[in-house]
Structure formats: C-alpha cells, structure tokens
Design a protein around this ligand. Structure first.
Ligand SMILES: [Zn+2]
Ligand SMILES: [Zn+2]
Length: 350
C-alpha cells in the first residue's frame, strides 16, 4: 500500500475438535459434505515493488513456511509470475497503484492512494487496451483501475478503502459491478480499518454497500512488505509491514487449481480471517449457519446492516437468520477469546 508512484503511470471432522457424544444429526446437516478450505494471501509485495527488499523467491518460501496453500503476488504496477511449488500455488497478480496528485472530491489527506488489486491475472491473454482516466474524480480513477484489472483477465479488489480515506461507500457503489472484492481487513499498520470520528470503519463501508444492494465480498490481507528482514527494519526504528496477519480461506479441495480458486472467490465461497478459524459456514434458506473452529468463539450476526442475535440449537452450531426482507443480507463476524476474528460473506435468499 505504501508505494508512491504516478498515475501515468459440518459438521466438519476437525482433527482438533473433541469427540462428541453420538447423536442423530438433522437431515439437512447430515446431507452436507464436510468442507475443505484452502488458505490464501491476496496482497503481498516483493522487491519488484520498489518498497520491499525481499526477492520473490524468498517471499514464496516465507509463505510456504507459514502454511499457505496459495498466494497472489501484487507488486506495484508490475506482474510478478513465479512457478508454483508442491503444496503452494503461486498466482500472478498486480497492485494497480494509482497515486493521484489530488482527488475529486478532495479528502482530509493530501494523498490519494487509489489502489486496485488485479488477482489471478491471465498471463496467456493479451490485455485489452483501457483508456487512461480522463479526470481525477475518484470514481474515474477507480473505474480505470477495475477496468484495467479485468482487461488482464483478473478478479478486481478495491484495496484499503480507509488508507488516507481513499474510498467511501458512495465512491465504491458508483464503480462496483460483480464480481468485486473489498479489502475490509487490510492488516497493515496504517490502514485505518476502524475509521475515526468522521469516517466509518471498513466494515461500516461494507454494510452500507450491502444495505444499498451492492454485492461485494470482503477480504482480509497482509499487504506485507517485510519478511526475514522485519527485525532489522524495526531495529532501524522503522515500521515493519509483516505477513500472516490477514488471509482468506477458500472452499476448495486440496490440489485445486487457480481457476477453481478464482471461481470460488468470485461467487463469494470463502471467508476472511485475521486468526479465527471456522470448521464450516453455509448459506441456505435458513440464513447463515456457522460452525466456529473453537467452542468458545462468539458469533455476531449483522442482518440488513444491524446487529442481530445468533441462535444455537446444537453445540458448536450457530444460525444467523435472514431478515424478513428477502432483499436483505445477513453476514457474521466470529470472535475468538483473544480477539482474533473471521468474517463470513454476506448471504441472500436469492
Ligand atoms: Zn496499496
Ligand atoms: Zn500493497
């Protein structure tokens, strides 16, 4: 996120779960196949970005060592494309880094870092030409970023909306078309996810969009720039932007390919996390059913933009019921005792 540049450029049989006494399962649950989720990173930088000193092959090793199933390189305005290795799929991407000199409308910060990730770039496809933005309206610049990502055959993600208050809900609503990801939990240090007295949190932005009928999927990411060098960076008195702080868990079988992962993400078949784990999550006629990985986790429902209670009729299983309005969404936040969270994607009746 930091780089300056120019616009010109179920019952899941979880192995750590204690055995439960035998009891008949309700038919709807018994018919489900336990889910498998793959851990993925959608935002990371290497020395191809200019503001990281770590070579791409060392970044790959770092994420392999931290248990990831797939990673997407998102260097600033540059496609990094490395070979996958056994157990870790390495996917080309790019952070379309649009740092404009002024924004329209202007904001409280003199910086306008309007960044869009192009994820799962199709390197075999020649990108279609996309005209440069004709003006500095935030919507024009973001529209350009999204069009550019799609011209690369990629899935678009609006990055860190609260970093220098780059994007509010109105701006995102004006440029959104499906499928679109929104980085609600960029776990870098300066992303202002919680908002401030005059700006809503990134989750507030997400709920405003969903309430307005704009369907976007929420992601958690690292935006990492420092790896094996993090301690050295801190010793110099500088901030270290480290990895394995925010990620996505995509429903896919082990060994899934990039296309399968991309398709699952495009349809919202994943959850975001900064540490909390889910055994499973399902969206169906009842609403959203959640099976947290830990029995002491709290499940909070958000239905139609408002907090709503979760119900639980089976141990370890929680339901966030649909709002009566069939157009309204319900989503859920799962909080473990140490504060680590996971976020289920919004669920609709149609
Ligand atoms: Zn950025
Ligand atoms: Zn970044």
């Amino acid at each position: 996120m930091r780089r300056a540049g120019s616009i010109t450029l179920l019952l899941l049989a979880a192995c750590d779960r204690a055995p439960m006494p035998a009891m008949p399962s309700p038919p709807a649950v018994a018919s489900l196949t336990p889910s498998s989720f793959l851990k993925g990173q959608l935002h990371l930088h290497s020395n191809n970005s200019g503001d990281s000193e770590t070579p791409p092959n060392e970044v790959v090793q770092w994420y392999a060592d931290h248990g990831y199933d797939f990673i997407v390189f998102t260097d600033h305005n540059r496609v990094t494309d490395l070979a996958s290795r056994p157990g870790l799929l390495v996917i080309p991407g790019m952070e379309i880094t649009l740092n404009v000199e002024r924004c329209d409308p202007p904001g409280p910060s003199p910086l306008c870092p309007l960044h869009v990730n192009a994820l799962f770039i199709d390197t075999a496809q020649a990108p279609a030409a996309v005209p440069e933005p004709a003006d500095l309206r935030r919507t024009t610049v973001y529209g350009y970023g999204i069009a550019r990502a799609r011209s690369l055959g990629a899935l678009a993600q609006i990055n860190h909306p609260n970093f220098h208050w780059a994007a509010d809900a109105d701006t995102i609503a004006a440029v959104a078309s499906e499928p679109l990801l929104l980085e609600v939990a960029n776990e870098a240090i300066d992303s202002n996810n919680d908002g401030d007295t005059t700006h809503p949190s990134t989750f507030g932005i997400w709920d405003a969009l969903l309430t307005a009928g704009v369907r976007v999927w929420g992601t958690a990411t690292d935006d990492a720039h420092h790896y094996g060098d993090a301690a050295r960076v801190r010793a110099r008195g500088e901030l270290a932007f480290e990895g394995d702080r925010g990620w996505v868990m995509v429903r896919a079988e082990p060994g899934a390919n990039a296309e399968q992962l991309r398709d699952a993400m495009a349809r919202g078949d994943f959850y975001a996390s900064n540490g909390a784990r889910l055994d499973d999550v399902r969206c169906d006629a009842a609403g959203l059913t959640i099976w947290p990985g830990r029995r002491d986790a709290e499940v909070r429902c958000i239905a139609g933009g408002r907090a709503a209670p979760a119900t639980s009729t089976m141990p370890g299983e929680y339901v966030c019921a649909r709002a009566p309005d069939p157009t309204a969404y319900v989503r859920a936040e799962i909080i473990e005792p140490q504060g680590r969270r996971a976020w289920a994607q919004p669920c609709w009746s149609h």
